[in-house]
Write a protein that binds this ligand. Structure first.
Ligand code: HEC
Length: 391
């Protein structure tokens, strides 16, 4: 039995992990509400989303909350990951399952993000849906087959089932292994209640954001400007991150950086405890004993601080530099990919006032002989970032 998780103590060590769990639960609740009104058809999807936002009592709040939480979850997961990595949890044999499921669960959460962005089936959703096949199509050898698979298999009802059933199921099963099973023995409600209290400022912030910074769904009555929504954080930002190489690079570099690099990082991260464990056989005692043994680790805060202190100034500086670099790289990429993406502006041209063709994603959207520029990633990326220049 692990002594390393102490939900009944002050929980700063997994503050963001607990917050993520709460956020996922709220996503589940707001999601059930949205699913009651959502209509998964090409003609009806956007109309039903507009209906939720403009007509249903509380609809706008719940929809925007669902969006803001989708954005914030990735920040929380990121901080949680950096923290557990710095804590060297991957060296702790007791935390192997925690580590593995923690890394693996990021995938269904990310896929939930992408499918969730497609479902409203306005022009951003349509754009993203077309970029998914393009994304896999860029891979050498298997690209063409995968591209055809993603084009052929896409329909709104199927993606809705993925989004509201399959992915949440996988996510919560993984989270059960991640920490809920252990928690159940110690009082999950107490843990959740404590986290809710501890994270209440964040929740107040999220509600305020959901009330004041909303996505407009009032077209064609109210039409945004083409560049509206620059700098407003949106869940799209995380999906754009892996598409960025399509904008700035060419050839094999694109799949290398957008697909292979994330895949390798993810796989190595997931298997890290196993990879390191093999090297450790027999050397457990020779290595600095206070470094990895769970008993010491269990003493937590004090020991961590002590170790940092003992590690001396160099260790501290090195740590600070590493953390700063990780954060800088990550957030520069986010900035690069998002500061000039007009999150709210697409409907300035793509609305029913400009004709039916512009009001709704075309029904023959999968037919790329009719719409050849859907194959052209440079055009697609350009149109997303500079819609007023490229069309
Ligand atoms: C300045 C006006 C304008 C803005 C703003 C704009 N678009 Fe477009 N978009 C167009 C025009 C014009 C076309 C070409 C339509 C055609 O004739 O096929 C187009 C085509 C597209 C297409 C290609 C497929 C198709 O059916 O034609 C997609 C996808 C698309 N837009 C998505 C977006 C997204 C996403 C945004 C917001 C980031 C956006 N557009 C913002 C004018 C605009």
């Amino acid at each position: 039995m692990s002594r390393s998780i102490k939900p009944d103590r002050t929980t700063w060590r997994h503050y963001f992990g607990g917050f993520t769990m709460l956020a996922l639960m709220v996503q589940l609740l707001t999601g059930i509400f949205l699913a009651l009104y959502y209509e998964p058809s090409l003609k009806g999807a956007y109309r039903s989303v507009q209906y939720i936002t403009n007509e249903v009592t509380g609809g706008s709040l719940l929809r925007n909350l669902h969006r803001w939480i989708a954005f914030v979850i990735f920040l929380a997961v990121f901080i949680h990951t950096v923290r557990t990595t710095l804590r060297k949890d991957f060296l702790n044999p007791e935390k192997r399952v925690l580590w593995l499921t923690g890394v693996v669960v990021m995938l269904p959460i990310f896929v939930a993000l992408v499918t969730g962005l497609i479902l409203p089936w306005e022009w951003k959703g349509y754009w993203l849906m077309e970029m998914v096949p393009n994304y896999f199509g860029a891979l050498p050898l298997v690209g063409d087959g995968l591209k055809r698979f993603f084009l052929e298999s896409f329909t709104l009802p199927r993606y809705e089932v993925l989004h509201i059933l399959v992915l949440p199921l996988i996510t919560f099963i993984l989270l059960d292994y991640h920490f809920i099973t252990r928690l159940r023995r110690r009082g999950i409600f107490r843990y959740m209640a404590r986290h809710l209290i501890a994270s209440s400022p964040l929740w107040v912030g999220l509600v305020v954001l959901s009330i004041y910074i909303t996505i407009p769904s009032q077209d064609p009555e109210m039409i945004p400007m083409p560049l509206e929504g620059q700098f407003i954080p949106a869940p799209e930002w995380w999906a754009l991150l892996i598409l960025l190489p399509f904008m700035y690079l060419e050839g094999i570099l694109v799949p290398a950086l957008s697909f292979l690099l994330p895949l390798v990082v993810w796989t190595v991260a997931a298997l890290l405890p196993c990879l390191l464990a093999r090297k450790e056989v027999g050397t457990e005692e020779e290595r600095e004993p206070h470094h990895a043994t769970p008993h010491h680790r269990a003493r937590g805060v004090k020991l961590l601080w002590h170790r940092l202190w003992r590690g001396g100034r160099i260790t501290k500086i090195a740590r600070a530099v590493v953390v700063t670099v990780i954060f800088l790289v990550f957030f520069s990429l986010v900035y690069l990919g998002s500061y000039n993406s007009p999150t709210l502006g697409c409907n300035s041209c793509h609305n029913l006032n400009n004709g039916f063709r512009m009001g709704m994603p075309p029904e023959d959207f999968k037919d790329r002989t009719k719409l050849p520029y859907l194959d052209d990633n440079e055009w697609m990326m350009g149109h997303w970032f500079y819609p007023q220049e490229i069309y």
